[in-house]
Structures are given as C-alpha cells and as structure tokens.
Design a binder for this molecule. Structure first.
Ligand SMILES: *Cc1c(COP(=O)(O)O)cnc(C)c1O
Length: 388
C-alpha cells in the first residue's frame, strides 16, 4: 500500500487487503492458537498466535503506517505495552521520567521496576533542560507524555529527542492522548511511541489494548524478544475490535476536537470554574508548542472548581450525559475526578506539586452533539450550585 496515501485511507486499507484464502473484504477474526504446518519447518507464515496472528498482524501494519514507523507490536493493554518497552531495560539502567505521568505507569516505575534494579528520576519535562540535568551515564531512556494527564501540559518532543540522542538514550513518548492522527512522535525524533489503544484508537470503550511503534531494527528485535518471552499479546477478537475502531479514528478525532473546543468556551463563561485547561485556548501555557508539534488540540478538557472538593464532587455526580468513570477517548463523554480516580496512585503532595488538587475535574469530551454536552454541564453546574 502506497506511502503517499492519506491518513484516512491508510487507516482503512493498510494491512487490510482482502483475505487471501476467502476474499473476505474485512480482515477475519483468526480465532486460532495454532496453524497446521505443511511439513516440519514449513508453514504459511504463521505458527502459533503468541508469536503472530493474522488479525493482530493487520492491526499492527495499520498502526505502524499511521504512526510513521516500520514496526508495530500490539499488546493486551496499554500497561502491557509500557511493561514491554520497560522490559528492554536491565538492572543498573536509569530512566529520566516526566513527573506528569499516567498513574499506572507511575505504579510500575515506582513499585515494581526498582525491585529489578532499574532507577528512575522524575523531572518537570515542560522544561527540557531539567531532563538534561538529570541524565547520568546509566540513562537508557527518557520517558514523557504530551499532552499530559489531566492538566494537558505540553512537552516539547523535539527538544527531548535532541537530549536523548545526544546522550545515547531512547526517547519514549506515550502518545495516547494525542493519537497518531494529531501527533507522530517518531517524526519529531522520538525513538519509541507507546499507546493505550483502549482510548481513542479503539474509540468505543469496549476493548483494552496497547501498541508500540518503532522504526529502528535493533529496537524491533529487542521488543519482539520481550513480547515473545513474556506473552502479553491481545487475542484476535480484541485486535479485530481495535482495528474496527481505528478505521474511524480521523473522523472521531475531528469531532472530539470541535466538541471539546465548544465545551471549553462554554466552561470559560461559568464563574463556578476558576480555571479551564485546554491546549486549544490561546492562553494555555502549551498552546504554541501544541501548534508546532500537533495537528489539533484533541478532546480532553480539565477544569478547577472555585468551590473546591465539594463543588468538584457535586459536579461529577450531577451530569447526565457525561458518565462518571475512568478512561477516556470513547464516543461517549466521561467525567472524572483525578484526585481519587485516575491519579489515586500518587501521594497527595505529588499531586499538588503537579497542580492537581481536590478541585480538579477532567472531561473526556465525546462525539455526541456539542450543544447537548454544554446543556448537560450547564444543568449540572446549576444543580450543584443550588445543592452547595
Ligand atoms: C490508559 C492509559 C494507559 C494504560 O493503558 P491501559 O490500556 O489501561 O492498560 C497508559 N498511558 C496513558 C496516557 C493512558 O491514558
């Protein structure tokens, strides 16, 4: 499939040619653990589904193309993908981590990997010079997210890539919030792009998955070894659902952004809200970096409630269309309370240092009608104001 094809076309066609055996237009769910061999040592490209499976392979080819790398590995979850990348580290290695980090990644990096002799230093990556200062001779990886969760800070990926390359380390970018539609870390110089496909890529809140994309042969070999050795692969059905979601990523992301921009504008008009965080707002601190390294501002919005914890909790429980729940990136809008939900794994002082308070509320703006979403937030704010 030609590299010149546009994103929308590649999402629907790369890796998804008609099925060679039957002509099926849509990639079938190859629900099989093993593949019958023609003779010992002679097979038709597949042996055993932990190593490779045609449904999963189609997803990997499509994602590699969209993310602009030659190799993609799919995993059973975003955390399995992250653990798969961390699995190429060895005892004595050091990692510089952006302290604005997904809670599950923080759990892995703070509770498990130090037991294996891997060391982590946390820095404010919105100031890349802090990364540079934290690098040691043992630093093998620099790990960032952008935009970050939940306050949507922007990290300059090219600047971090330059630092990583200068020190012979790999820059890993968790690109879950932006998706390949809005941002391609490898094109900005990063070495490894990681995704929780559970979020926007799957897009329908019905399947857990993860993926890693690289362009380097050595990284490919090391990641493949770890994934094969540890086995955190998605089943064929999950790969199929993720691939079905991926086909509509572009149209969904466009609508997420239109809706999020309208919701952010609406929230700015409400005096119960002391701060609106959305990278598309011109006074957002990362607005300029977002314009440089992204093709849009995405569908996540965060707010700080003037009335503190009580007001934030009341709002989370008063919406009718926004569902109170973990996760993000689905067609349906979600509201969440980072203090005790997505960021519950961080100690309180850590949260405060990151700017997350008991007044912070996070919105994953879905692709329902934007007026309905604003009306829902309006009624919820009105009702919770009366209750307070
Ligand atoms: C959800 C998420 C993960 C973890 O993915 P799972 O699919 O839940 O395991 C990692 N990074 C980010 C930024 C996420 O939002």
């Amino acid at each position: 499939m030609s590299k010149d094809l546009k994103f929308e076309t590649r999402a629907i066609h790369v890796g998804q040619e008609r099925d060679a055996a039957t002509g099926a237009t849509i990639v079938p769910v190859y629900q099989t653990a093993t593949f019958t061999q023609d003779a010992i040592g002679k097979n038709r490209g597949y042996e055993y589904s932990r190593n490779d499976n045609p449904t999963r392979h189609a997803l990997e080819d499509a994602l590699a193309s969209l993310e602009g790398g030659r190799f993609c590995f799919a995993y059973a979850s975003g955390m399995a993908a992250i653990a798969g990348v961390a699995g190429i580290l060895k005892s004595g290695d050091h990692v510089v981590v952006a302290d604005d980090l997904y809670g599950g990644t923080y759990r892995l990096f703070s509770k498990q990997l130090p037991n294996l002799g891997i060391q982590f230093t946390y820095v404010d990556a919105t100031r890349p010079e802090e990364i540079d200062k934290a690098v040691t001779p043992d630093t093998q990886m620099i790990w960032i997210e952008s935009p970050t969760n939940p306050l949507l800070r922007l990290v300059d990926i090219s600047a971090c890539a330059e630092i990583a390359s200068r020190h012979g380390a790999h820059l890993v970018v968790d690109n879950t919030f932006a998706t390949p539609y809005l941002q391609n870390p490898l094109a900005l110089g990063a070495h490894i792009s990681v995704h929780s496909t559970t979020k926007y890529i799957g897009g329908h809140s019905d399947v857990i998955g993860g993926a890693v994309v690289v362009d380097d042969d050595d990284l490919r070999d090391r990641l493949l070894l770890v994934r094969n050795a540890t086995g955190g692969v998605p089943g064929p059905w999950d790969a199929w659902l993720t691939l079905r979601g991926l086909k509509t990523l572009a149209v969904r992301m466009r609508q997420h952004e239109i809706n999020a921009a309208q919701v952010a504008e609406f929230l700015l008009t409400r005096n119960e809200i002391s701060q609106v965080y959305y990278p598309g707002l011109p006074d957002h601190p990362g607005h300029e970096i977002a314009k440089q390294q992204m093709r849009g501002f995405g569908g996540m919005v965060a707010i700080a409630m003037e009335g503190g914890a009580a007001a934030a909790e009341r709002l989370c429980e008063a919406t009718k269309i926004f569902c109170l729940g973990e996760s993000l990136g689905g067609a349906e809008s979600l509201i969440g309370y980072p203090w005790s939900m997505s960021h519950g794994a961080f100690p309180p002082e850590e949260k405060r240092r990151k700017g997350i308070t008991e007044a912070t509320v996070r919105l994953s703006v879905g692709i329902e009608d934007a007026d309905d979403l604003c009306d829902d937030l309006r009624q919820a704010l009105d009702r919770s104001a009366r209750a307070g």
